[in-house]
Design a protein around this ligand. Structure first.
Ligand code: 13P
Length: 279
């Protein structure tokens, strides 16, 4: 049984200088591969159910899948709700066995974001689980622009909400398919000087691999969310599996061929977040 909360895995990461991957799951095939990769690398992993995952599969089913994988795993596994937008959604995740709730109030005015996030953090802590909040909007590649996090607002947000992890906006965007650009390191330094809370970077796929590694080991960033990069790896493996034999129609047979390529791609991602204590 290695089910863990977000605080359980991020506090050692902060102390020892490494980051933990928050991996976007869409179904059984990817969540199973992510845990296999984490076991092979000997690192904790955060399985995340975001909005599109939840649109496909009900939260109680996802909670049971995450917990089943955690029960069998040899490394700590966090069952995390990603981008919860309402109290009810967060409550349902808690009732479904999740061990970490992200409330995303980053589109709200600061005071409202603080008040609503605190409500979720209090609910999570009363149940013995963790909460992640977001301050400063993280935009979307080809869509809404980011609003960089203001360090003073981040200080207030961390102190007043009591979150276990704080997602920030520092040059990162969701859904980026290349690794052009990079994070605004002076902004990250100013934010980490203002608070002791572990920091989270959403949109980890678009961050250059070298910068992910340097910041994992040398900053308060303790969690990188990665989705697009691994969805692309899965999509490529699935396409190859489908095209390899036009006579195959059984989806279990086809999907089996995606497992090893996805484990290999995930291991490469996880390896890049390791600190010295994990090598
Ligand atoms: P990417 O898909 O851009 O890696 O972002 C994932 C994420 O931040 C999920 O919250």
């Amino acid at each position: 049984m290695t089910l863990a909360t977000l605080a359980d895995v991020l506090q050692p990461a902060l102390r020892e200088g490494y980051a933990v991957a928050g991996l976007v799951t869409l179904g059984w095939e990817d969540m199973r591969a992510y845990v296999a990769a984490a076991e092979a690398e000997g690192v904790p992993v955060i399985l995340q159910a975001g909005p599109s995952c939840r649109a496909h599969t009900p939260l109680p089913v996802l909670g049971a899948m995450f917990r089943h994988l955690a029960d069998q795993a040899s490394v700590p596994v966090v069952a995390h709700l990603d981008h919860g937008y309402t109290f009810d959604e967060c409550r349902e995740a808690l009732d479904s066995g999740f061990t970490s709730l992200m409330f995303d109030g980053s589109r709200l005015p600061l005071d409202e974001n603080i008040a609503k996030t605190k409500e979720i953090a209090d609910m999570a802590h009363a149940a013995g689980i963790s909460c992640e909040g977001e301050i400063g909007f993280v935009g979307y590649s080809g869509g809404e622009d980011s609003a960089g996090t203001d360090p003073e607002e981040a200080r207030r947000f961390a102190a007043e909400t009591g979150v276990d992890a704080m997602a920030i906006s520092a040059g990162n965007v969701h859904l980026q398919e290349n690794k052009e650009g990079g994070l605004d390191e002076p902004r990250i330094r100013a934010i980490e000087a203002a608070t002791n809370v572990p920091l989270v970077i959403h949109g980890g796929s678009g961050v250059p691999v070298a910068q992910r590694g340097l910041l994992s080991r040398g900053s308060a960033i303790c969690k990188f969310n990665v989705g697009t990069e691994l969805r692309m790896a899965f999509g490529e493996a699935l396409r190859a599996a489908v095209n390899s034999d036009p006579a195959r129609f059984d989806r279990v047979t086809i999907l089996k061929d995606t497992h090893e390529p996805l484990v290999a791609a995930t291991r490469r991602v996880l390896e890049g977040f390791k600190g010295e204590s994990q090598c």
